[in-house]
Design a protein around this ligand. Sequence first.
Ligand SMILES: NC(=O)c1ccc[n+]([C@@H]2O[C@H](COP(=O)([O-])OP(=O)(O)OC[C@H]3O[C@@H](n4cnc5c(N)ncnc54)[C@H](OP(=O)(O)O)[C@@H]3O)[C@@H](O)[C@H]2O)c1
Length: 338
Amino acid sequence: MTNRQWLLSERPIGMVSEKNFSLMESAMPVPDAAKGEVLIKNLMLSFDPAMRGWMDDKPSYLPPVAINEAMRAAGIGQVIESSNPDLPKGTLVQGMVGWQEYLTAGPQSMFPPNALPEGTPPNIALSVLGGTSLTAYFGLLRIGEPKAGDTVVVSGAAGATGSAAAQIAKIKGCKVIGIAGGKEKCDWLLNAGLDAVVDYKSENISQRLAELCPDGINIFFDNVGGDALEAAIENAADNARFILCGSISNYNDASPKPGPKNMFYLIAKRIRMQGFIMFDYIEEVDVAMADLIQWLTDGKLQWREDIQEGFENIPKTLLRLFDGSNQGKQLLKLADPE
Ligand SMILES: NC(=O)c1ccc[n+]([C@@H]2O[C@H](COP(=O)([O-])OP(=O)(O)OC[C@H]3O[C@@H](n4cnc5c(N)ncnc54)[C@H](OP(=O)(O)O)[C@@H]3O)[C@@H](O)[C@H]2O)c1
């Protein structure tokens, strides 16, 4: 039996492309039972914009993926060979499974999705009950501190993180405006209960925000950076909270663009701007998950999944995040659980 892996073979300069990866066949990995390792079959991969940053040789919150290492990726696998009673055969595990069909890992790096209800399918565990919804939850509630009646603007609003953040803000009684690319995504957001949308591909963001937020923006949940961030600063209310979650509009820039040119408003309007990484709140996952499950059960959270298939399609699936072709949480299915 052989394993297949997609390796990072060169670091992208500018936009990531399929050419940055190479497919390798190798022998099946053998778990080291003395270290508690088990053999895992990969079932489903998550695709996250942050993966673009992991490909650069730059200091960040995780080390860069090494050249000729299997590309790092979160996902869900199933234990198929085990002598570890904590991870018996058949257990579904979550963690950095990487772009490979099989991997070995110990309980330190792979864990059963404990906070999830028994039998939660991999796609749900990676989408509406996955890391992007947790990111939305912690960013909005812990940094944004929304109050009923606040005006909240979310960029990248039709994506996995943005759509969760926007709907949680609605649950908290806020007026919510989403910024997204194209009519189809904007219509979906209105259908999910947002008060208004800005289609940044056909509308001037700053002008539309001025019309839609006459008293200014109290909370900006930013997934995009660039023009959206500048427009939100322009239209911020006094004492606004800016949650810097992501900056996807510049992840593929070969050299950084100049930042927002209106930073003086942070002083004049007393804006608080704070970045965060979801892992900062790992101790609170059970609390967040209980709320997300409740909202899901009550029909208050809508979500979309874009599930591609086929090991050979892994690199091109990553590109979907950067041209906006993903319709909701981007996943790729490799196999069904046994
Ligand atoms: N801080 C954290 O811990 C954390 C954790 C998870 C995710 N994030 C961040 O959250 C953001 C969203 O991630 P996600 O996984 O939920 O992905 P996603 O929003 O489901 O998919 C990415 C979306 O970004 C938009 N986009 C791509 N290129 C763009 C550009 N040049 N300008 C404007 N919009 C662009 C596209 O939507 P349109 O079609 O609407 O353009 C695309 O569908 C990313 O910035 C990511 O890095 C942060």
